[in-house]
Design a protein around this ligand. Structure first.
Ligand code: MG
Length: 320
């Protein structure tokens, strides 16, 4: 058991060696990082009771998830991950040993993604809250994509497969336990607890011509509206083509849900939704192992969803 006074020292040991860009890091008053031309910065916060519960997530899961959520915004820009700065707000019952387990989960995922945890802060709080600010890097603006570049005539595509996180959350809440085989249930739960950002795909897809991009963090139905609004265009998408993660149809049928509606509204899959000119499709499809065309960009505004019953009313997660 680590005493609280030793927590910061113990955290530093867990973090391992910093990346090459990092000149000064934890243990100094501020981090010093050798910059590349463009810094891409985002911050993300996860709170117990809002984004996870400790009843269904280990401290290491929370650390992993907090970093993955922050990195996903760098993936959506096409940036290369660099440094992370972590604020841990720990409730009274959360021991230094549990805090260290959380940091281990975060540090392991940092290593997997080439991210250096270069600084942070620990405070006492009423609930467990983890904020992660990440900085990514790029050589030029052309290496990056925003939400506002979609043009009428572009096609709309999504990476990977959707619905695993939403289905995993339902599994963790006890849904479908009678009808789902154990391996499928635990795979879905794992996708909810330990998502991964599509960092390599984000960079490759910008290089392959993506005109606009957003990570699917709040659910496709909501994130597609954000992209349409930022680009001042209308997206026409068919959910009939929506790629479903393994096990999502099983969970949906075990619980009487529409699998595609679940996948279109469940957040935290951290796949990428993007637009690109039709003549760049082959290049983009070659750059990404699984890319599915969902529809087109047209002039106008908003989002038109078709392909499942009640599609027009589907919404993902709304903040505040
Ligand atoms: Mg995002």
């Amino acid at each position: 058991m680590v005493r609280e006074s030793e927590l910061i020292v113990a955290i530093r040991q867990v973090l391992g060696a910093p990346g090459e860009r990092v000149v000064r890091w934890t243990g100094d008053d501020a981090a010093v990082v050798r910059a590349r031309p463009l810094a891409v910065t985002s911050i993300d916060t996860v709170a117990d009771g809002t984004h996870f519960t400790l009843a269904t997530h280990s401290p290491a899961d929370v650390g992993h998830k907090a970093l993955a959520a922050a990195l996903s915004d760098l993936a959506a820009m096409g940036a290369e991950p660099g440094e992370a700065y972590v604020s841990l707000a720990l409730p009274a019952g959360f021991s230094p040993a549990l805090a260290l387990e959380l940091v281990r989960g975060l540090a392991t995922h940092a290593l997997e993604t080439g991210t250096t945890v270069a600084g942070g802060d620990v405070v006492r709080s009423g609930a467990l809250v983890v904020s992660v600010a990440v900085t990514g890097w790029a050589e030029s603006e052309g290496e990056l994509a925003g939400r506002d570049g979609a043009r009428p005539g572009d096609l709309v595509a999504v990476t990977g497969a959707l619905g695993a996180s939403a289905a995993g959350l339902l599994v963790l809440e006890g849904a479908g336990s009678a009808d789902l085989d154990e391996a499928t249930a635990s795979r879905l739960a794992e996708r909810h607890r330990r998502p991964t950002a599509r960092l390599g795909a984000g960079r490759a897809l910008v290089a392959a011509g993506a005109t606009a991009m957003i990570d699917v963090s709040d659910g496709l139905a909501t994130d597609a509206r954000h992209l349409a609004s930022a680009s001042k265009v209308r997206l026409e998408l068919s959910l009939a083509a929506l790629p479903l993660a393994p096990g999502v149809e099983d969970l949906a049928s075990a619980t009487g849900r529409d699998a595609r509606a679940l996948a279109a509204t469940g957040g935290e899959d951290y796949e990428l939704l993007l637009t690109l000119p039709v003549d760049r499709w082959d290049e983009a499809a070659a750059a990404e192992t699984r890319l599915t065309r969902l529809g087109s960009v047209v002039s106008g505004e908003g989002l038109e969803l078709t392909g499942v019953r009640g599609a027009k009313r589907l919404h993902g997660y709304e903040h505040l």
